[in-house]
Design a protein around this ligand. Structure first.
Ligand SMILES: NC(=O)C1=CN([C@@H]2O[C@H](COP(=O)(O)OP(=O)(O)OC[C@H]3O[C@@H](n4cnc5c(N)ncnc54)[C@H](O)[C@@H]3O)[C@@H](O)[C@H]2O)C=CC1
Ligand SMILES: CC(=O)C(=O)O
Length: 317
């Protein structure tokens, strides 16, 4: 990957796409950002608006509205285009509509000669990432979904609040579908190197946290998007910052760990499914999937989540 001109093409300049763009601008993560949307006028307006903030950002980004041919020399194409959930809808309810949107997006991107990494956020994100992989024919290591990165951030925030520990010292993950079947493998959750389950103790007052509290937190993570959508129609800042963080890890060749959506090829006993699992991410995309040692119950939950994803994908292309 070049380091002289870090170029991102963003497809979908709605709430999620523009939260990402705004956060990219403020953090100066790339040198060139092209905005693409079926609504060209919207992309043009967004480019103008962002450019008017450049003077205050301390970065020298080139930002403009473009076309799919502008993906040709992009390092990363980030896809946030499509419909979002309305109150009462699940992420899986969006599948048919967004599969049709992706048919019109992924092919022109690959036809442009694009040869970088795809980063997908559109829901249901695990299946949309699989669709991107299937249509593009790219190596799956270069087709990444945001997966449960946002859910993991929500979990670390809530655990940090509850345990009064800096979330950066909370090492706990949400895995599986970015959706209703996701879960927390608590056997693998740590504060520094201390297993969180060992802080639950016997249920006495000296316990740092109760199992009931961990259950409450897990449920709050699983239902967070529903609550936000009920309150303000959409979620976007959290995912915008998650995508920015992943982009930074790619450009910085960081080898950082995120629960992105990755194609499993035998890991966790699963094949041919994209699901959120801890992965090492660098400039080549997914360097490797980290196989956690799950308990039998956790492995069953993971398999069941993957089954949901496989069944939903069947027949969609
Ligand atoms: N992965 C995650 O953790 C999260 C994912 N999302 C998902 O992100 C997606 C976008 O959500 P929002 O930005 O809130 O929606 P939005 O409605 O604000 O924006 C969608 C944009 O996509 C564009 N678009 C639609 N069809 C297109 C096409 N064929 N070609 C190019 N552009 C097209 C629209 O013109 C619009 O600008 C949704 O699927 C939503 O569920 C939202 C939050 C978190
Ligand atoms: C909407 C969505 O997927 C989220 O906020 O988690």
């Amino acid at each position: 990957m070049r380091t002289d001109k870090r170029k991102v093409a963003l497809v979908g300049t709605g709430m999620v796409g523009m939260s990402y763009a705004y956060s990219m601008l403020n953090q100066g993560v790339c040198d060139e950002l092209v905005l693409i949307d079926i609504n060209r006028k919207r992309a043009e307006g967004e480019a103008m608006d962002l450019n008017h903030g450049l003077a205050f950002s301390g970065s020298h980004m080139k930002i403009y509205a473009g076309e799919y041919k502008d993906c040709t020399d992009a390092d990363i194409v980030v896809i946030c285009a499509g419909v979002a959930q309305k109150p009462g809808e699940t992420r899986l309810d969006l599948l048919k509509r967004n599969a049709s949107v992706f048919r019109s997006i992924v092919q022109p991107i690959t036809e442009s000669g694009f040869n970088g990494l795809f980063l997908v956020a559109t829901n249901p994100v695990d299946i949309m990432t699989r669709i991107t992989y299937e249509i593009s024919g790219f190596n799956p290591k270069r087709v990444i979904g945001s997966g449960t990165t946002l859910d993991t951030a929500r979990l670390r925030y809530l655990l940090g609040e509850s345990l009064r520990v800096d979330p950066r010292n909370v090492h706990a993950y949400v895995i599986g579908e970015h959706g209703d079947s996701e879960f927390v493998p608590w056997s693998q959750a740590m504060i520094a190197t201390k297993p969180i389950l060992s802080l639950c103790g016997t249920g006495g007052e000296e316990d740092m946290v109760s199992r009931q509290e961990l259950k409450r937190i897990e449920e709050e993570v699983r239902t967070a998007a529903y609550k936000i959508i009920e309150a303000k129609q959409a979620t976007y800042y959290g995912i915008g910052m998650s995508l920015t963080r992943i982009t930074r890890a790619i450009f910085g060749d960081e080898n950082s760990v995120f629960t992105v959506s990755a194609m499993l090829k035998g890991e966790y006993g699963q094949t041919d499914v994209y699901a959120g699992v801890p992965c090492i991410v660098n400039q080549n995309g997914i360097q490797r999937v980290l196989p956690l040692t799950l308990t039998e119950e956790e492995a069953n939950r993971f398999n069941s989540s993957c089954q949901t994803l496989k069944e939903s994908f069947e027949g969609i292309l």
